[in-house]
Write a protein that binds this ligand. Structure first.
Ligand SMILES: NC(=O)c1ccc[n+]([C@@H]2O[C@H](COP(=O)([O-])OP(=O)(O)OC[C@H]3O[C@@H](n4cnc5c(N)ncnc54)[C@H](O)[C@@H]3O)[C@@H](O)[C@H]2O)c1
Length: 351
């Protein structure tokens, strides 16, 4: 089939590589993926969510040859174009985003700038750099990372498929939906070689402690209350970050140009149930009294427009690319809790 690879995967521009999922992606490729022999250029603006401390050891071990850090904004067209040229970029994995729903409600502007205009800037740079008279450079790929939140909210039943119409409810998900539409439009209009993935909630090491799992772990360790929105019965589908990133690596190698793939954990949890399991795990590891910790759960006023339930049907990527999850939830939570317990220095640096 014409739109199946081989992909170059030699000079990969990762945007947002100092953030949670991006830094785990870079680690996965450089440390645990022998099939990847290329180099990674990480373009990151180092906002509050990104920190070079997350990759300090990687920079030490792979620096200048296989790992290069470029500090800058994806909205800076001249910078992005110069990076494409300087490193002869053949692959782009676009993680960079403003990613926190609550922040998008308080101040949507940054979300429109980075998520919409930033994506537009990258698409234009890729179109210009890879475009030839005969079409686009062979083996090049723009992979756009997105979220299941673009699909809206579910009732008690049903799951999002790749064909579910978009119905975003927050400025964050609306800005991601806009970037997804732009990305696909660049494929359909100009033929830009592009793939897209929509993933459910990730968890794992290096996540900024404003999201449910790392915030709760650190609050438990610091004896602070554990805030839970509304009645705690909102449901999310959780996937371990390395499983998400292995899906991305699969798509880079074998994903069909112009296709989108859902990625998820097939692992739905009410927030309050999740928190109770996490309390048991962290209390055991840190020598805390689980019942005392449970007593610090504090229900707080619900987030406006809080989506009730997300659930992902990821049968397409399983069937077509042979991907599957490898980390079960308890094991993943154990690993995540152990990581936060062992990395208080990182927490100090990023806060
Ligand atoms: N975290 C999740 O559960 C989840 C789930 C599905 C999809 N996603 C998507 O995955 C991607 C990564 O999410 P994350 O949780 O790692 O986010 P994050 O907030 O932890 O990291 C975002 C990174 O992007 C960088 N960045 C922000 N604005 C930038 C700009 N203008 N120029 C350059 N860099 C900039 C930040 O410095 C940071 O390093 C996002 O596109 C997000 O929408 C996240």
């Amino acid at each position: 089939m014409e739109n199946i690879v081989p992909r170059s995967l030699s000079n990969i521009l990762v945007t947002g590589g100092a953030g949670f999922i991006g830094c785990n992606f870079i680690r996965l490729l450089l440390e645990k993926t022998p099939a990847f022999t290329g180099r990674i250029i990480n373009l990151d603006a180092l906002t509050y969510a990104g920190n070079s401390a997350s990759l300090a050891d990687i920079a030490g071990r792979f620096g200048t040859v296989r790992y290069i850090f470029e500090h800058g904004d994806i909205c800076d067209r001249a910078l992005v174009e110069s990076i494409f040229k300087k490193y002869d970029i053949d692959t782009l994995v676009h993680f960079a985003a403003e990613s926190h729903v609550d922040r998008s409600i308080l101040g949507p502007e940054e979300f429109i700038k980075t998520n919409v205009m930033g994506t537009f800037t990258l698409l234009e740079a890729a179109r210009n750099y890879w475009g030839t008279e005969a079409g686009f450079r062979q083996g090049a790929l723009f992979h756009h990372i997105s979220t299941d939140e673009v699909y809206g909210s579910l009732d008690a039943t049903g799951r999002f498929t790749e064909g579910t119409p978009y119905d975003p409810r927050s400025p964050y998900s609306a800005s991601k939906a806009a970037s997804d539409h732009l990305a696909m439009a660049y494929h359909h209009t100009y033929g830009l070689p592009l793939t897209l993935s929509n993933c459910s909630n990730n968890y794992g090491p290096y996540q900024f402690p404003e999201k449910l799992i790392p915030l709760s772990i650190l609050n438990m360790l610091e004896g602070k209350p554990l805030p839970v929105y509304g009645d705690g019965k909102n449901i999310r589908d959780w996937v371990y970050v390395d499983d998400h990133n292995r899906a991305v690596w699969n798509i880079l190698q074998k994903g069909v140009t112009g296709e989108k793939y859902n990625v998820g954990g097939e692992n739905e949890w009410e927030n309050i149930r999740l928190l109770n399991v996490l309390i048991d795990i962290v209390s055991k590891k840190a020598g805390l009294d689980a019942e005392k910790v449970r007593g610090t759960i504090t229900f707080v006023k619900d987030r406006p427009g809080h989506d009730r339930r997300y659930a992902i049907d990821c049968s397409k990527i399983k069937r077509e690319l042979g991907w599957k999850q490898s980390v079960n939830f308890e094991e993943g939570l154990e690993k995540t809790a152990a990581w936060y317990l062992a990395n208080s220095e990182w927490v100090e640096k990023i806060r």
